[in-house]
Design a binder for this molecule. Structure first.
Ligand code: PLP
Length: 853
């Protein structure tokens, strides 16, 4: 009962009574303060048992559960033998887990991200990017990687979504209670809260540093919501992805510059700096500034050091997903800072531009990251190629295929996303080894032997759990919205028990095409109206508050779901978050994804579904272009047939209905006497054992080490050695090259007359090139012949590259020659290219110098 006190004679004071657990229960407190409980089945079970009826309402938050634990319940728990022994077990493995330290020689990695999706009780994420970063930290913890995360602490997080009676998205921003988050302030030697400062337009802005332990990994979070700051600066860390461009710029300055300062203050001297998406790219500048100040390096020398130890991961081919700032806006905040880098303003602006001389080009955070990080990667094989194309203008003279922009396909953290029942069954049939070596397909072969009955039992259990969850949620949501009791009952009663359940949950951006299924409502009604073979669809997802078309899509789906023919068959759930994602990816039969190719960089929810034996039906885009196998799921065809997107949608929708009606639904319902479809079960065995293991976070972490981290640790370490000797050498060498490059030219060329004669396949021809070196050592020059096939007026496909050998390098004239045997027939175009060459130059396009001869 809430009393409304307006009587001014009532005088109240505020008191905070900290809860205190009996000593024997203190291990609970200890475990609650480290997020590692969230991927331990025992610990999760333990906290749930304390107060099962509040577990969901309190956001599955152990700290909140312990906070409301009364004396009476505590006494009960102490007497509960089963509970106390589970606690002892969970606590022992927690202590053991934390006691292990990373190998002494493993590289230290600082991982910067604007968002981290770890658990719903810490609202520091909006969607896929954050969940990926959160999963990455968890895996780093499990594998004992020497890593620290760096991010911002958002007072209001990202918005929470509810839906109005009319289907409009309502954005709620509830403040987070920091005392109920598993984190604590970082204190300095004097026991004071660690604070860093940053200069914004002449004002000093303070940020407090918190640490949120993710197993063994510290996640450092910056918080400007302090009394020392003025209101505007306090709000820097209020909202994730809220506010205008200027607000975003301030957040990114805080993340990049403040983040590096926090690590310095903490004494975390990393070997590798990983910039997760362009948001954090200012970190490169702050490191350069530090090297100039503390080690008296020049800007160029410092840049060598920073580049050699930095990796940039780009996450989207959608231009709106890359941050751009105008020159005027940037000048407001960075004109002083750029002098501290010993840069002129135009040189500073050039760092964010493709064309240094184009004053109209805004400053791109992705371009900044590419200029100052040695390695760059996309998040799936296809996205790697798309990113090469996207960033090609930054590397004139090179063909897209030659660029060093590479990829690591995303993955998901197995212990976070796997259902408990599956994990137990996998242990039974695979043995234990797969847990530590998840992407080793051999260790998954046992799955093929699981009887269909066991598989379908788990599927059914998880589906039932999902349907209960949905009914509960819908009852609350629809009542709150003010739907009529009659229609609420209609929806709830119409939810079939044994339907084929299809899930679609992700951010509502239009390119993800949630509308595709609704292209032909009559057709859809027919499909879900089949009483013999019931089918239902569940939708969930948020649209960014500024994304009107995305919100319109939600509204359309909500309104469609109210029609009698779709009641209980098409459902939209409000407030998509990681907890709901778990229910969905574990409980549905099919995970549907229909993006416009190639705009889905990777996608990760489908991977979560796959490990839980949920079939994917998706466009061959992102990860599914790699993961799809005909025996493990379904695909919408690869290439676009139409240029007109609405025709393409129409075609894709027809293919979608067709695949459901002709293939998926009949396969699912082709049941034997026991009610099991052996064909369906085989799909499940295949997706679990042949696909899912390749998309685990374990595999992703391995790839990051094999492709980038090891290499960066080595070269980064080398450049720092002996007072930055090699960094200085490289900076000098590059400077010389820049100065002398224009004077280098072709003197003579001696080649077979290809204008007048042709070759026969297998025949070779000789080429010789004489170059004037302008004081550059001939061994620092490379000459090569490139063979292209013409695809169109503007497109050339690189077919082969043949390096020429330096055959005579006396004086200032160098001769390069080779005998070339093309070993391919047909018509080609070829050309000679001269480039700077150095054994410690990781990628030759790093130098932006190239000459076609
Ligand atoms: C996994 C996850 C995502 C990312 O899903 P995509 O398939 O990449 O769109 C987004 N939000 C939540 C809550 C998730 O758990």
């Amino acid at each position: 009962m809430v009393e409304h006190l307006n009587d001014s004679s009532v005088k109240l004071k505020r008191i905070f009574i900290e809860s205190r657990l009996p000593e024997e229960l203190e291990p609970l407190q200890e475990m609650a303060n480290n997020l590692s409980w969230s991927w331990s089945q025992d610990a999760t079970e333990l906290f749930k048992q304390i107060s099962p009826e509040h577990w969901e309402a309190l956001n599955y938050n152990p700290i909140a559960i312990l906070d409301q634990l009364g004396v009476e319940r505590a006494q009960e728990l102490l007497k509960d033998k089963a509970f106390m022994s589970l606690m002892a077990k969970a606590h022992a493995s927690f202590k053991k887990y934390l006691a292990e330290k990373p190998a002494a020689n493993s590289p230290r990695i600082a991982y910067f991200s604007m968002e981290f999706g770890l658990h719903i009780s810490a609202r520091l994420y909006s969607g896929g990017l954050g969940v990926l970063a959160g999963d990455f930290l968890k895996e780093a913890s499990d594998e004992n990687v020497n890593m620290a995360g760096v991010g911002l602490l958002y007072r209001y997080g990202y918005f929470e979504q509810s839906i109005s009676l009319y289907g409009d998205q309502v954005n709620n921003y509830a403040p987070q209670e920091y005392t109920k988050m598993p984190m604590h302030p970082v204190r300095d030697q004097n026991g004071e809260w660690l604070k860093i400062t940053m200069d914004l337009q002449g004002r000093q802005v303070f940020a407090k540093v918190w640490v949120l332990p993710v197993g063994r990994i510290p996640l450092y979070l910056l918080d400007t919501d302090l009394n020392e700051n003025n209101w505007e600066d306090r709000s820097i860390t209020h909202h994730l992805y809220g506010g205008d461009k200027e607000h975003r710029l301030k957040q990114e300055l805080l993340l990049g510059i403040g983040g590096i300062r926090a690590l310095e203050a903490l004494g975390f001297d990393a070997d590798i700096y990983h910039c997760n998406e362009g948001h954090a790219a200012f970190m490169t500048l702050e490191r350069i500034r530090g090297l100039i100040r503390h080690h008296h390096l020049s800007y160029h020398q410092a840049t060598e050091v920073v580049r050699s130890s930095s990796l940039f991961t780009t996450h989207t081919p959608v231009p709106a997903g890359h941050d751009y700032f105008t020159e005027d806006l940037l000048r407001k905040y960075m004109s002083d800072y750029c002098h501290q880098l010993s840069l002129t303003w135009p040189d500073f602006m050039a760092l964010g531009r493709i064309d240094a001389n184009n004053n109209d080009e805004p400053f791109s955070m992705s371009h900044l990251a590419i200029h100052l990080c040695q390695e760059v990667n996309g998040v799936s094989e296809l996205h790697g190629l798309v990113s090469q194309q996207m960033f090609k203008p930054m590397f004139p003279g090179y063909n897209q295929q030659e660029l060093h922009v590479s990829f690591v396909t995303n993955g998901v953290h197995y212990p976070t996303w796997i259902a408990n029942d599956w994990h137990k069954l996998f242990l039974e049939f695979n043995g234990e080894k797969f847990v530590k070596d998840q992407s080793n397909l051999k260790l998954w072969e046992g799955i093929q032997k699981i009887p269909g009955k066991r598989i379908m039992e788990i599927r059914k259990k998880l589906k039932t759990r999902l349907l209960h969850y949905i009914k509960d949620k819908l009852k609350t949501e629809l009542t709150r919205r003010g739907e009529k009791p009659g229609s609420i009952f209609e929806v709830l009663n119409n939810i079939p028990e044994n339907a084929l359940v299809i899930g679609f949950a992700r951010r509502f951006a239009t390119y993800k095409r949630a509308h595709l299924l609704f292209q032909n409502l009559e057709h859809l009604a027919q499909m879900v109206g089949d009483k013999q073979r019931p089918v239902m669809f569940i939708f969930a997802g948020k649209a960014h508050p500024a994304d009107q078309p995305g919100q319109k899509l939600i509204k359309d789906i909500v309104n469609i779901s109210k029609r009698p023919e779709f009641a209980g068959k098409v459902i939209f759930l409000e407030g998509y978050n990681m907890e709901m994602a778990r229910y969905l990816v574990q409980g549905v039969d099919i995970w549907l994804n229909t993006p416009t190719r190639p705009l889905e960089a990777s996608g990760t929810s489908g991977m979560k579904a796959a490990m839980n034996g949920v079939m994917n039906f998706s466009v061959l885009d992102g990860w599914w272009a790699e993961g799809y196998r005909a025996d493990s799921g379904w695909a919408l065809p690869l290439e676009n047939t139409y240029d007109d997107p609405s025709l393409q949608d129409e075609l894709d929708a027809e293919t979608l209905y067709n695949t459901f009606e002709e293939d998926i639904i009949p396969t699912y319902y082709k049941t034997d006497a026991e009610g099991i479809s052996e064909e369906w079960v085989q799909y499940i065995r295949n997706i679990i054992s042949k696909v899912a293991p390749l998309f685990t976070m374990k595999r992703m972490m391995d790839d990051y080490f094999a492709r980038f981290y090891n290499k960066l640790a080595k070269r980064g370490g080398q450049l720092k050695k002996d007072q930055f000797k090699d960094a200085k050498m490289m900076a000098d060498w590059k400077k010389q090259m820049q100065q002398r490059w224009d004077g280098i030219h072709l003197v003579d060329r001696d080649i077979f007359d290809t204008d007048n004669y042709s070759l026969t396949l297998g025949e070779s021809f000789n080429v010789g090139v004489k170059v004037y070196c302008n004081g550059v050592k001939p061994e620092h020059l490379g000459v090569e012949v490139l063979f292209f096939k013409r695809k169109s007026e503007t497109e050339l496909e690189l077919r082969n590259t043949y390096p020429l050998e330096l055959s005579n390098g006396k004086g200032d004239i160098a001769t390069f020659s080779s005998e070339i045997n093309p070993q391919m027939s047909g018509v080609y175009e070829y050309g000679f290219r001269l480039y700077p060459k150095h054994e410690s130059l990781p990628h030759r396009q790093d130098l932006g110098l190239i000459k076609w001869l």
